[in-house]
Design a protein around this ligand. Sequence first.
Ligand code: CMC
Length: 380
Amino acid sequence: MTSTPAFVPGLAGIPAVESSISFIDGQVGILEYRGIPIEVLAEHSTFEETAYLLLYGSLPNEAELNRFRGRLSARRKLPDRLIETLRLLPGAGHPMLALQVGISILGMHSQRVNLKDRESMENAAIKIIGSLPSLVAAFERARKGLDFVQPKDGMDTAEAFLWMMSGEEPASVAVRALDAALILHAEHTMNASTFTARVVASSESDPYSVCAAAVGSLKGPLHGGANERVLDQLEAIGEAENVRPWVEERLSHKGKVMGFGHRVYKTKDPRSKVLQKLGNQVFEKLGGTPMYELALELEKVMEEKVGAKGICPNVDFFSGLLYQKLEIATDLFTPIFAIARCSGYMAHWMEQMPNNRIFRPTQVYQGAREARYVPMSERK
Ligand code: CMC
C-alpha cells in the first residue's frame, strides 16, 4: 500500500532546491546575497556588481566589472523589429504583460541556447538582464505615442532606465536611489516567481521562457504586484485620521493589507528598512510626500493590531513611495521589480542546469475513482 504524503499548503517550509545564491533569517530579519548582507550591498555596490555577484558567485575585480557593464550596456539596444512589435501592443494593457511578451519576442530574435555550454548560457543571461530596462521603457514610450529613446553608452542600468523613460538626464539622487532599489530587489531565495523560474528551467526550456513565466508569477498582488497596490491603498485611505478605521474594517473580514506580511520574515523586512532610509534621502533632496506620513501612520496601527503575529512591512511597503517621487507611473513599479529580479532568476537558472532534474511533485488526490461515463441522453 502506498502511503499518502502530508499536504503542505503553499509548500510552506518544504525545501525545493539546494542553493548558495542567497540566505534569509526571517526571525532576525537578515538577507544576504552570496553571504554579503544586503544593507552593505545597497550602500556600497551597484546593480551591475550585484548582478555579477549573483551570477558568478563572487565580487568582480575592476576589469571583470567593466567588461560585464559593457556587455549589459550593449544588450540594452533592442532590435528595431522588437520595438515595432511592442508598439502594436494595446497601450491600456498592464506593462507586466507587455514585459512577458517582450521577453518572449527577445527570445524569438535570439540564437538557441546550449544548456551544456556555460558561455552560451552566460550570453543569454546577460542579454536578458541587459534588455529588460529597455523593454519596459520601450513599452512606456510606445503607450504614450512617443519614440523609443536610444540608450547611451556608459550609462548603467538605473541611469539608462530613467533616461530611456523620459529622454532627460536624471538627477544623481534619483539614479542612486533606483540603483540601490534594484540591488534590494535582485534576489530573494525560493519566492513564488523564482520557484516558477526553476520549474520552467527544469524541463530544459529556454531562458526567455524561464523569465517570461517568472514575470507572470511576480505580477500577482500577493507577490511583486503588491507594490502598486500599496499606493492605491494609501490613496484610498486618503487622510491619517482614516487609517485606524480603515485597518479595523479590513482586518475584521480577514482582508489583507498590502505591503505587510511575509512567508519567511516575522519581523520588519530588512529591505523595507533600507528602502525607507533611501526614501527619506530622496524626499530631503526632491521634496517630501504627504503619502509618507500616511504610510508611517499605517505602519503604527498595523504594528499595534497585528505586529505580535509577525505581520510587518515588507519590501513592497516603501518602494512605491520612492518610485512615485522619481515620477514613475504606478503600474511600472512591478516591472522595475522584474528588471532587478531577472538577475536572480538567471542566477538560479545557471545554478540549476548542471545538476537539473525535472520538477514533478505529487498531489493528494481527493476526487472520484472509476466513475461511470454517463451518456448525454441520461444527463440532467
Ligand atoms: N494583512 C493582514 N493580515 C495578514 C497579512 C496582511 N498583509 N498577511 C498575513 N496576514 C494574516 C493572514 O490573514 C493569516 O491570518 P490567520 O492566521 O488569522 O488566518 C496569517 O497572517 C497568515 O497569513 P497567510 O496569508 O497564510 O501567510 P502566507 O505566508 O501564506 O502569505 C503573504 C504571505 C506575503 C502572501 C501575505 O502576508 C500577504 O498576502 N501579504 C499582503 C500582500 C503583500 O504585501 N505581498 C508582498 C510580499 S513581499 C514581496 C514579494 O514577495 O514580492
